[in-house]
Design a protein around this ligand. Structure first.
Ligand code: ZN
Ligand code: ZN
Length: 145
């Protein structure tokens, strides 16, 4: 990550850069694992003991509302965040719950301005199934049986 990248991302998207917001933005920029609120909280609470889950929750909402990060609502039990705001396809593994980027898959078109008279400003494409790791594990189980 470039120095000041978190700061510049917040400023560019009109988010006031408080110390906690900077830390959360920086966490997203350095963890491309699509973390949830809980994961961001656990990743930062040793470094910032005053940080609360509520602050993490609210900050991630603000970041996504200002397009400084993407909120992924692939499944209602698993809302997660991505600092990569460029359109790309996500894959949700139904077995381990991991969210992966499918950079090989064609990203949805976002320059569609409207469909009918509806104005489109976000497009999400989710694929769901069994990730490579889980598929390999299942193969092994089948071999044993
Ligand atoms: Zn999996
Ligand atoms: Zn992603």
């Amino acid at each position: 990550m470039k120095e000041n990248e978190a700061y510049e991302r917040l400023i560019a998207n009109g988010v006031r850069p408080s110390a906690q917001r900077l830390a959360i933005m920086e966490y997203l920029l350095t963890h491309h694992t699509h973390p949830t609120v809980e994961e961001v909280y656990r990743g930062l609470n040793t470094k910032i003991p005053t940080l609360s889950r509520t602050t993490v929750y609210n900050t991630l909402r603000i970041l996504s509302e200002h397009h400084a990060a993407q909120m992924l609502t692939i499944d209602d039990h698993h809302i997660c965040y991505d600092s990569d705001t460029e359109p790309h396809v996500h894959f949700f593994c139904k077995h381990c719950g991991k969210v992966l980027d499918l950079m090989e898959a064609e990203a949805p078109v976002v320059d569609v301005k409207n469909i009918g008279n509806n104005i489109v400003d976000e497009v999400h494409l989710y694929y769901k199934g069994t990730c490579a790791e889980c598929a390999k594990r299942q193969e092994k189980v089948n071999e044993v049986n």
